[in-house]
Write a protein that binds this ligand. Structure first.
Ligand SMILES: Cc1cc2nc3c(=O)[nH]c(=O)nc-3n(C[C@H](O)[C@H](O)[C@H](O)COP(=O)(O)OP(=O)(O)OC[C@H]3O[C@@H](n4cnc5c(N)ncnc54)[C@H](O)[C@@H]3O)c2cc1C
Length: 387
């Protein structure tokens, strides 16, 4: 199956493929059953330098562009592995890189690049405010050389496997700011020190193995020097990182779609019913072919978004559309794959049902499809603002 143009990233893809071959389906199945964390896989990616490709060379990373990161995550998914365990280690550090002080960059980035520190917890979503981020209720109140944090986050993935968390909290009450996007601030929380001293982590069991958690802040004291950038401008800093995040998640969905399609084609060619391969029936072929076409379109949009990002532009339109199209393509490919496998699609040993559960997330997180459509309607097409 030819799904990508040959490009300069082929050698990276090839190396990632070799690494992933050490972590076959049974590895992921075993973890899935106990909702375990793929420590060996994450360590292997870290040691190979894949999680620090976006960190500039001066801080110990390889200083590659977003398309290299996208190629890595896409390949991980295409090989049946799950990058969700660590993808955020690639891009959360972007907030430190763009908005941190020289001291913060020198303190954190080299250790994140080497894997000594994991920064892969991102505390934005809250149970009450949900997608309406500027209504979040977690507060950080200045007290001498600390901020005192109170509130709650939900779906803070990988918290139990991260040393640091990037936290968004309100530092000025909403009714005291001109615009609701003002008065929010970003902090680096050192969770190694915070757990048991005002920070509690509770895992949430979900339909797929995602290591997501609830977080409770109860008078947690965070040193004021851990504020990133200027107080009150944190929402803008978080938005700055979203295009990269959406393009990378989209690349993962493209990888998932490729995995599903490969499995569908292999199975449809070999499964013989009524004396012929099921793949000879157009009723079996067409959903696979349609999902493939959707994947290719999404793949081109990911590439265009990465190209614009690397050219220093702001590809909000492409990043949002790529994320939506890719998540829909991976779902279509997953649906076709389950259907093609008939009953065996539901058997754990085929990995189809696991990947099916895993890829469903991306129509909801990190941003749901409705909110992307709303972005396109308002910001691209100029339709009236709806919320
Ligand atoms: C497994 C998992 C991992 C996650 N990891 C993280 C993480 O690491 N860090 C983090 O901060 N968050 C994380 N999230 C949270 C995720 O980003 C949110 O779940 C997502 O943004 C949707 O927010 P919500 O769940 O509050 O839904 P809600 O905001 O309650 O929305 C519910 C539904 O209503 C729709 N809706 C809401 N408002 C509108 C509107 N105005 N117009 C049309 N439709 C609307 C939405 O599209 C959605 O379908 C994760 C979520 C999951 C499930």
């Amino acid at each position: 199956m030819h799904t990508s143009e040959p490009d300069a990233l082929d050698s990276i893809r090839e190396e990632v493929r070799k690494l992933c071959a050490r972590f076959p389906g049974e590895y992921w199945r075993r973890l899935d059953q106990v909702r375990g964390y793929p420590t060996e896989f994450v360590t292997a990616l870290t040691e190979a330098g894949y999680l620090s490709v976006l960190i500039p060379e001066e801080y110990g990373g390889s200083g590659l562009g977003l398309s290299a990161a996208a190629a890595i995550l896409e390949t991980i998914q295409e090989e049946g592995c799950n990058g969700a365990a660590c993808h955020a280690q690639m891009y959360i550090m972007g907030t430190i890189l763009r908005h941190g002080s020289t001291r913060q960059k020198e303190l954190y980035l080299p250790k994140i690049a080497s894997g000594e520190l994991r920064l892969q917890a991102f505390g934005v979503t809250e149970p009450t405010s949900g997608t309406d981020t500027t209504s979040l209720k977690t507060t950080a109140v200045r007290d001498g050389d600390h901020y005192v944090v109170n509130g709650q986050k939900v779906w803070t993935s990988r918290s139990e496997h991260s040393d640091l968390m990037l936290l968004l909290a309100r530092t000025t009450p909403k009714d005291e700011v001109k615009r609701k996007t003002e008065g929010l601030s970003t902090f680096i929380v050192d969770m190694r020190e915070a757990v048991g001293r005002g920070l509690t982590i509770r895992p949430i069991r979900t339909m797929m193995n995602h290591n997501s958690c609830e977080i409770f802040f109860d008078d947690l004291r965070v040193p004021a020097e851990n504020l990133l950038g200027e107080e009150g401008r944190g929402f803008r800093y978080i938005l700055d990182g979203m295009n990269a995040e959406r393009l990378l998640i989209a690349a993962e969905c493209v990888g998932d779609a490729k995995w599903f399609t490969r499995k569908s084609v292999e199975y449809a060619k070999n499964r013989v019913v009524f004396g012929r391969p099921i793949g000879q029936n157009q009723g079996v072929q067409f959903p696979i072919a349609r999902a493939y076409a959707q994947m290719r379109a999404a793949e081109l949009m990911v590439r265009e978004g990465c190209r614009r990002f690397e050219a220093g532009e702001t590809p909000g339109e492409e990043a949002n559309m790529a994320k939506m199209l890719a998540a829909e393509a991976s779902w279509a490919a997953g649906e076709a794959c389950i259907q093609t496998h008939g009953g065996f699609g539901f058997a754990e040993e085929y990995d189809v049902e696991r990947k099916f559960r895993e890829t469903r997330l991306y129509q909801v997180a990190p941003i749901s499809t409705n909110l992307i459509l709303s972005y396109v309607a308002e910001h691209v097409l100029g339709l009236p603002r709806s919320y």
